[in-house]
Design a protein around this ligand. Structure first.
Ligand code: ATP
Ligand code: MG
Length: 711
């Protein structure tokens, strides 16, 4: 059990009594050390599996931890997020503490906040609505009630997005509306659990009898409310092990603070404090960049930084690439990803990480154009997808039937049974060609097959019923198995995870740091966010930015200030003007036309366009169109036939927007067609001849859709 750990990690694993605090940098094996600690304690008979509660930051991390614990022989240990642990307790104790059923959980606050604002006769635009909603969330996790909000803002010199008195009013009305409608929100789950544990000693005792040992991962991002809950769980005991890295604090905007981690020793003078510095995740090249990034950091978290030492063999230098514009950056990134996959890196081991979710669209498009499968983190949850639900029903049916279907051969075990059942739902040994909905469906089913294989490995002899129970448990915890596609995710959601190849995109001023980071603290949090991104990479790391947003726009953007002194040819912070030069790659020149076009402007009203869909059309969505309607209809008819031929949804051929853009431009040559956004090289190859023929007014026979048919 302890063999796979270094001496310091072993110290963590063996410190089973009393408070333990692990302060360590990214990739040093914190998560590994605590999982082994729990497993070791269970094996040694010192920890009762059911008396341990491990808390991690995301459902996915919790699911992974359960998986690892099971592999180490410590299944049965609860690994949850604060939220899911609290929700479970709340559901259990609500009838006794309050009576009746737990009120319904509100999915999205924004709507109710908008209604509350309207009732207070306060007009909020979309951004203000978002900011006021975050402000309410912040107030709740810092346990600030509406009446106290203005005073707290004044005291903490908080930069409120509106007049604090107005926010306080909206906040109070929002709480009122929730009560009237018997709903609770995400934060209420913690607040109510805290309230019940505080008021009802019998219930608190019950919970404390159940859980004797607590382990918290990513402790640097614990909020005051979560800390309060943890304190209540503990009572007067100190059987707590926390691990974290102050340099990875990236949720302080929601009220989290690394102070609890950094002050742990003061609060628990007898704590065992362990520091880890060996980085097992990343190559010396990646670690060098990460250390350089932190070297420039300021503030309390930075004072506690630890210089990482890579334990891995040398790898490639991180690539720094400058592109002319965002579409060129996305296309260039997709090309590199395709090359990596061709060179043998599995798609599931590659991630593209960005600052805000809205950056995903352009990368989705570029990857689809390049024929690369991808998965969107934070998109529809795995177990909620229709095909996964259908597959679950089929597996359950088969399990109930005792797994004796004539299709199945007992000798081949669980994975074969699962493959047989899922093949009735569309699973095949080889993936269908291309991307799109058909492929997505297949990827989901393939992920279930892999899950069955892993499950059988971890639990030889497991039956179909065991698997169904496992799936239910995962579904309850919203833990999706890894789909074999490139991950597209925001930097925030990449926390704790790792990939062989990581592409950090959009690293220009305005995006990193993001425009609305203004104070020194906010800027430092952005730097830490980039540090989290860099340290996700095991081997390949790519950093890129683009000089203008849209093709042909003014090349006025600068690469992120955080890269000054780290980017080849640049100098450290504060010495402007000397950037650029040797070592930085320039993205390959834009394909056809891009760059020659002026800034993307609406060709009807002349307004500068920033929305991707509008840029594709080259006009505002609501400006009148001069599209050739008849041509558009012919293109759509052709697309329907083509899509059917290649068994893919229509938008995989071309999206509506692209077809409209074609019907408006009526391209007369391959060059002109290629200049239309959404027509990549691959699509030009497959569909170019047919589309040009339709534009020229020729009749295209069904089945003669493109030059070369790859399917
Ligand atoms: P983060 O701060 O990003 O959460 P972490 O400190 O939790 O990182 P882990 O995810 O536990 O780090 O470990 C990073 C990687 O290094 C994992 O792939 C893990 O399996 C590996 N690793 C950790 N410790 C060792 C070790 N002693 N020997 C071999 N590999 C190790
Ligand atoms: Mg970790």
């Amino acid at each position: 059990m302890l063999d796979g750990l270094d001496p310091e990690q072993r110290e963590v694993a063996m410190a089973l009594h009393g408070p333990v605090c692990v302060l360590a940098g990214a990739g040093t094996g914190k998560t590994r050390a605590i999982t082994h600690r729990i497993a070791y304690g269970v094996r040694a008979g010192i920890l009762q599996p059911t008396s341990v509660l491990a808390v991690t930051f995301t459902n996915r991390a919790a699911g992974e931890m359960r998986g690892r614990l099971r592999q180490l022989g410590a299944g049965g240990v609860q690994a949850r997020t604060f939220h899911s642990a609290a929700l479970r307790q709340l559901q259990y104790f609500w009838p006794k503490a309050v009576g009746g059923d737990l009120p319904r959980l509100l999915e999205r606050k924004v709507q109710l906040v908008a209604e509350a604002a309207a009732r207070c006769r306060i007009r909020l635009d979309r951004n203000e609505l978002r900011d006021v909603t975050s402000e309410i969330e912040w107030s709740k996790v810092t346990q600030t009630v509406p009446a106290d909000y203005p005073a707290v803002v004044a005291k903490t010199q908080r930069d409120a997005p509106r007049d604090p008195a107005e926010i306080s009013q909206i906040y109070a009305m929002y709480e009122q509306l929730k009560r009237d409608r018997s709903v609770i929100d995400f934060e209420d789950v913690l607040l109510l659990t805290v309230a019940i544990l505080q008021d009802r000693h019998d219930i608190a005792d019950h919970v404390r009898r159940q859980y004797q040992h607590f382990v918290v991962d990513e402790y640097q991002d614990v909020s005051p409310l979560q800390q309060r809950l943890l304190d209540l769980w503990l009572g007067d005991r100190d059987t707590l092990c926390v691990v974290g890295d102050a340099s990875q604090t990236i949720y302080s905007f929601t009220g989290a603070t690394p102070d609890h981690l950094l002050n742990f020793r003061t609060r628990h003078p007898n704590a065992t404090v362990v520091k880890l510095v060996r980085d097992y995740r990343s190559t010396p090249q990646v670690v060098h960049l990460a250390n350089g990034l932190l070297g420039q950091a300021r503030g309390r978290a930075a004072e506690h930084r630890l210089e990482l030492v890579s334990q891995r063999e040398s790898g490639p230098d991180p690539a720094h690439t400058e592109y002319a514009d965002e579409p060129a950056e996305a296309e260039g990134t997709a090309r590199r990803i395709r090359d990596l996959i061709a060179a043998g890196v599995p798609a599931g081991e590659i991630a593209v990480l960005y600052r805000v979710n809205s950056q995903s669209e352009i990368y989705e498009q570029a990857l689809a154009d390049a024929g690369v499968p991808y998965q969107l983190r934070g998109a529809e949850r795995f177990f909620e997808r229709a095909e996964v639900r259908e597959a679950g029903i089929a597996l359950r049916g088969a399990a109930r039937a005792g797994g004796n279907d004539s299709l199945l051969d007992d000798a081949e075990g669980l994975p074969a049974e699962v493959r047989a059942v899922l093949s009735t739902k569309g699973w095949t040994t080889e993936p269908p060609a291309g991307s799109g909905a058909v492929r997505d469906r297949w990827e989901s089913l393939a992920a279930l097959v892999r899950l069955a294989e892993d499950f059988e490995q971890a639990k030889p002899g497991a039956t179909l019923s065991d698997l169904v129970a496992e799936l239910d448990e995962r579904a309850a915890a919203q833990h999706a198995p890894t789909v074999q596609g490139v991950t597209l995710a925001s930097l925030h959601s990449a926390k704790g995870l790792e990939w062989d190849a990581v592409f950090l995109v959009g690293l220009n001023e305005g995006m990193m740091p993001i425009t609305y980071a203004k104070t020194d603290e906010q800027i430092e949090e952005e730097r830490r966010l980039l540090y989290v991104g860099v340290t996700r990479a095991r081997f390949h790391l790519s950093l890129s930015w683009s000089l203008s947003r849209s093709p042909g726009g003014r090349a006025g953007r600068r690469p992120s200030r955080f890269l000054n002194g780290l980017r080849p040819g640049s100098v450290a912070l504060g010495m402007r003007g000397a950037v650029g030069g040797g070592g930085i790659e320039r993205g390959p020149g834009p394909v056809v036309k891009r760059g020659r076009r002026g800034p993307a402007r609406c060709r009807v009203c002349g307004k500068t366009l920033t929305d991707a869909g509008e840029m594709k059309l080259m006009r505002c969505d609501d400006c009148p169109s001069d599209m050739d309607e008849a041509l558009y209809e012919r293109l759509r008819d052709w697309r329907a036939v083509r899509a059917k031929e290649i068994s893919q949804p229509a938008y995989c051929v071309f999206t509506d927007k692209t077809l409209m853009a074609i019907a408006e431009a009526v391209p007369g040559s391959a060059g002109e067609l290629a200049g239309i956004s959404g027509v990549g090289a691959r699509k030009l190859d497959r569909f170019g001849t047919a589309v040009l023929a339709i534009c020229a007014g020729e009749t295209v026979e069904e089945g003669l859709g493109g030059a070369v048919d790859e399917v």
